[in-house]
Design a protein around this ligand. Structure first.
Ligand code: NDP
Length: 326
């Protein structure tokens, strides 16, 4: 028996509890992982609170990512004792996830943990940090070079945003950190932001085109914020969009695309093909300033995860939330 968080649904009412599960009840898979650390992500908070229909199969163990040690494997790439990390693939949504002591998963979903990253730091990075790297790589692939001019990061004080600021600054970009939390300005500057932009400046009714201000951007917000960012993107620039913290809609015009050659690059971490995700983890191991990473991570006891989820959705938690699994 082991500890797990379990979400259940009966007669349209969702319940969530910390409970004990038998290893025999784990779903099918060719690798059994003993989890050392998981995290609380925006999507986990949505799943735990039921604020959005993230969970598509009940009962469900939430937790879209984890780092741990392989205990049993019939997959050719993994043997007992290997350290691994998992992000996405529907884990915590349709397949039991990381907020439990054990998970049984498909070996094809796992990434070998790079030497330079401990299991705890892997989860300080988590899905948010790995997504931030996918966004940075998207900007690079679309030719937004560090000397191109200021690059905006929205939701800068959040999980994806704070790692994106750190990574971009580390690569030599001039980072404009867009935040709704003025009080986080010093924190964002310490991560490498060159300027702080009030979220309000990107929250008004979007115009088709605005003054060209940013060479590109990483957007976690969607909706009006993304529409404004696109309208402010310089000729030939690229915005990597990965989130919907402000909303799922996009009240934009095609003007930035057809008049300024702007690219909107979609970033998905969940079904991202294995070679691309391994490249992202290798780049994180090579580039991420681990001391800055430690500064933007907080540890949340397993027993407090359920209570923390609503606070997370209200944007009251800064940076990355690591959950040591008891
Ligand atoms: P966090 O809650 O840690 O960060 C979100 C940040 O967005 C907040 O901290 C806040 O930053 C900002 N924000 C909150 N509300 C609004 C709003 N109404 N308008 C504009 N900005 C807002 O979440 P994560 O960083 O973990 O995730 C960010 C987004 O990215 C989520 O939508 C998540 O679902 C998505 N995501 C997508 C992935 C993918 O594969 N595509 C993977 C991981 C995450 P501040 O206070 O600085 O303004």
């Amino acid at each position: 028996m082991f500890d797990a968080i379990l979400i259940d649904k009966t007669d349209d009412a969702q319940s969530v509890s910390q409970t004990q599960i038998d290893t025999d009840h784990l779903p099918e898979g060719d690798v059994l992982v003993e989890i050392a650390y998981s995290t609380l992500n925006y999507k986990d908070a949505l799943a735990i609170t039921g604020a959005s229909p993230v969970v598509r199969k009940f009962p469900m163990v939430p937790g879209i990512d984890f780092a741990g040690i392989v205990r049993e494997s019939s997959h050719p790439d993994y043997k007992a004792g290997d350290k691994v990390v998992l992000n996405g693939w529907g884990v915590g949504e349709v397949h039991w996830g990381g907020l439990a002591k054990f998970a049984r998963v498909k070996g094809d979903w796992l990434v070998p943990l790079p030497e330079a990253i401990s299991m705890k730091r892997a989860m300080a990075i988590g899905t948010a940090g790995y997504t931030a790297m996918l966004c940075v790589q998207a900007l690079e692939e679309h030719g937004v070079a560090p000397d191109a001019g200021p690059v905006a990061v929205t939701g800068a004080a959040g999980g994806v945003g704070s790692v994106a600021v750190t990574l971009l600054a580390g690569r030599g970009y001039e980072v404009a950190a867009v935040t709704g939390r003025e009080e986080e300005a010093d924190f964002l500057t310490s991560l490498g932001a060159s300027s702080i932009v009030a979220r309000d400046e990107l929250s008004g009714k979007p115009r088709a085109l605005n003054k060209e201000r940013f060479a590109g951007g990483v957007d976690v917000a969607g909706s009006t914020v993304l529409a404004n960012l696109l309208s402010m993107t310089r000729y030939g620039g690229t915005v990597a969009a990965c989130g919907l913290a402000a909303g799922m809609d996009l009240p934009a015009s095609v003007a930035p695309f057809i008049l300024r050659g702007v690219t909107l690059a979609g970033v998905d971490s969940v079904m991202c093909p294995a070679p691309r995700r391994r490249a992202a983890w290798d780049a994180l191991a090579a580039e991420l300033d681990m001391e800055k990473l430690d500064a933007l991570s907080v540890e949340l006891p397993f027993s407090e995860v359920i209570d923390a989820a609503p606070k997370f959705l209200k944007g009251q938690i800064r940076g990355r939330v690591i959950v040591p699994v008891a």
